[in-house]
Unconditional design. Structure first.
Ligand SMILES: *Cc1c(COP(=O)(O)O)cnc(C)c1O
Length: 238
């Protein structure tokens, strides 16, 4: 993946990070203002998988208090390295192998990639408290993407509802890397509709009020379509 070239980003670019945070905040505000939905400010998650812990620290110091990693090892490493900082919400955003659940699940504030019933059952088994999860939906239908299809979602959520430690706070989706603006609007709009439909089921462990969607290249379109959590990496560290 070309994005990995960012991993050598250096700590000397501290001012640049501050600038990037400011400019992303402005773009987020603008997208919120122009959205047809009555939105509250979305959570802006800083994805630090491309950078070292010291650079991630600078992002926190620049005001980003939601931090995400996509792999268990990197998640644990960053969390340990930044354990002196208060008030960070920790997000695990990548697909999680079942055998790794026990190492990490009790340390995450939000898990964004719940993509199978077996994984949900493993979380139920290992969790020491209720875990906030986003259920991943493959709305674009790309074979390479994880997640439930829109058609299987209701049945899956009904099963997950029986688990007492898996709380489905919302849905997560990813758009294809080469999606056009109108395809993005279609995918994010459909995900919003699905979220509303699942919320209306009123299943006790499935509040399903949140939407995790939008990355560096498409967060504005995601916000216009109701995203409440955007996951941004590249744009913070360019
Ligand atoms: C890397 C990653 C992101 C951030 O991607 P950027 O394009 O760098 O903003 C968001 N979500 C997931 C699941 C990721 O793995």
């Amino acid at each position: 993946m070309t994005t990995w070239t960012h991993q050598h980003f250096s700590v000397k670019n501290k001012m640049q990070i501050k600038e990037n945070v400011k400019s992303i905040r402005e773009r987020v505000d603008k997208a919120v203002a122009s959205s047809p939905f009555p939105l509250s400010e979305p959570h802006v998650i800083g994805v630090t998988k491309y950078v070292d812990a010291e650079t991630a620290r600078q992002l926190v110091e620049a005001g980003i208090h939601d931090i995400a990693e996509n792999r268990t090892e990197l998640f644990l490493e960053k969390q340990e390295a930044l354990s002196d900082l208060d008030g960070i919400s920790w997000h695990l955003i990548g697909s999680l192998q079942r055998r790794k659940v026990k190492e990490v699940i009790n340390k995450v504030d939000y898990f964004h990639a719940l993509d199978s019933l077996k994984l949900a059952q493993e979380i139920e088994k290992r969790a020491e408290h209720e875990i906030n999860c986003f259920v991943q939906v493959n709305v674009s239908g790309e074979a390479s993407k994880h997640g439930f299809s829109p058609e299987e979602l209701e049945e899956a959520l009904t099963s997950i509802n029986a688990l007492s430690r898996v709380k489905v706070v919302g849905l997560m989706t990813m758009a294809p890397i080469d999606a056009t603006e109108s395809e993005l609007a279609d995918i994010f709009g459909k995900t919003y509709q699905l979220k509303e439909k699942m919320r209306a089921l009123k299943l006790p462990n499935i509040p399903c009020t949140e939407l995790s969607m939008g990355m560096s290249r498409d967060f504005e379109t995601a916000i216009s379509n109701g995203a409440s959590f955007v996951r941004i990496g590249t744009e913070f560290f360019k």
